[in-house]
Design a protein around this ligand. Structure first.
Ligand SMILES: *Cc1c(COP(=O)(O)O)cnc(C)c1O
Length: 413
């Protein structure tokens, strides 16, 4: 796809510097950066005042929708460095049959993005910035969707790409990574074991480490979920956001977006309560949240059918937990059986096929209506972060013999 004409003339960005998310110390923006000296994620900072002086919501509304509508909130300096596969605006779909009060239940369907998941937002930005900074060889540990998005964008940018995933990663993910020009290996461990391989291989293979939050720009891409959601709702926000949380880039990015919008006065009033949803088989954030901790130690023997949130340890743990607490949200875990039931219920009643991670947010919403932590009168947005078609589905067994007479009335039962 081509970036629309009105964005082709080079715009400056408003990036001033990067800053350690934990310590707040400053780093130069136009240089290759990884983690901070404290080994924590770097956050991109902007001259938001200048941005607000030069950009209006009316100007924004006149542009085509999609991720690049928010160009000024993003770090890419030269338009020629943008690597795009057509990052469309994802729809907000109301699930009215499932509502139980006056609040709306909406799902934001990120499965419409290139490579079928919201990982496209992050990797679109991260690869564009890698191109801008002259990086030509990249490596990543992944549970599937991030690797697929990296492979797509990095191949498009002409970068060599190396991807490591747990051996039980959904088959379609491993194949799409390979098809999209990356070298991919199945590893007999979890994502943190794959991450160790990427880290250890750096000295020999000289690749750039694209692990979640170990480079600063994926968050900026994920931030567009928050910008887009507020824009779609008429510069309003829902009461509660349920977000399937693995490494947490999406939750951290959205919270950053809402705060930037608040700073420039485009959002006023209460920000959404951010709810981090995990599986009971891998719930490090929930455990830390309940214990009142700011960091979450590694979760042993992590397992869940929602592979995208099977992340036993997260380098941005404190950013997730800070966002949850500052927003008056919470972290909660659901059983895998509730995830499966949720997937079936939403598909069957609303015709909307969620991915297991998305289904986890619906299961969590129901669970928290029952506990009273969420009210049926609150408007809630569930993030469906990938297309349900990327995952193995339940078998459909029925057959018909077309060489024999068919008892049509029996089909109605
Ligand atoms: C990666 C992924 C998640 C978790 O996203 P984070 O922002 O890294 O926490 C959730 N759902 C799906 C489908 C994913 O691919």
């Amino acid at each position: 796809m081509t970036i629309s004409a009105n964005l082709l003339n080079d715009r400056k960005t408003y990036v001033t510097h990067l800053e350690c998310g934990l310590e707040g110390d400053r780093y130069e923006a136009d240089a290759v950066q990884t983690l901070s000296r404290a080994k924590r994620p770097l956050l991109v900072r902007y001259d938001l005042q200048a941005l607000a002086d030069e950009l209006s919501r009316e100007e924004l509304a006149a542009r085509p929708s999609g991720l690049w509508r928010y160009r000024e909130f993003l770090p890419v300096r030269e338009t020629c460095n943008i690597v795009s596969l057509g990052e469309c605006e994802t729809p907000l779909i109301r699930l009215s049959k499932l509502e139980t009060g006056s609040g709306q239940l909406l799902t934001k369907d990120e499965g419409r993005l290139p490579t079928g998941s919201f990982k496209a937002r992050g990797l679109c930005l991260a690869v564009s910035m890698a191109k801008e900074l002259g990086i030509s060889k990249v490596a990543m540990p992944t549970n599937g969707n991030a690797g697929a998005a990296l492979a797509a964008y990095a191949s498009r940018a002409g970068m060599q790409t190396f991807v490591f995933c747990p051996e039980d990663t959904p088959e379609v993910n491993v194949r799409e990574i390979a098809a999209q020009g990356a070298k991919v290996w199945r590893v007999n461990g979890l994502i943190n074991d794959c991450g160790r391989i990427v880290g250890e291989g750096k000295s020999t293979c000289d690749w750039f480490d694209f692990s979640t939050l170990k480079e600063p720009y994926r968050i900026e891409g994920k931030k567009t979920m928050g910008l887009e959601l507020a824009d779609q709702m008429g510069w309003q926000v829902p009461d509660v956001i349920f977000y399937p949380t693995g490494g947490g880039t999406g939750l951290i990015g959205m919270w950053k977006a809402f705060n930037e919008l608040k700073q420039i006065g485009w959002l006023t009033g209460k920000l959404p309560r951010m709810v981090a949803v995990q599986s009971t088989g891998c719930a490090p954030m929930v455990k830390a949240y309940e214990a009142g901790e700011r960091h979450a130690p590694l979760w042993e023997k992590a397992h869940t059918i929602a592979s995208g949130i099977r992340v036993p340890v997260a380098v941005g743990d404190f950013l997730i937990l800070d966002a949850v607490r500052q927003s008056n949200g919470f972290a909660t875990a659901v059983e895998d059986s509730a995830i499966s039931a949720a997937l079936t219920e939403v598909a069957d009643r609303e015709g909307f096929l969620m991915c297991p991670e998305g289904a986890a947010t619906y299961a969590a919403w129901k669970q928290e209506l029952a506990t009273g932590r969420v009210s049926p009168d609150e408007t809630c947005v569930l993030f469906n972060c990938a297309s349900g078609l990327k995952y193995p589905l339940s078998a459909a067994q029925a057959t018909l013999d077309c060489t024999q007479p068919i008892d049509y009335s029996s089909l109605l039962n």
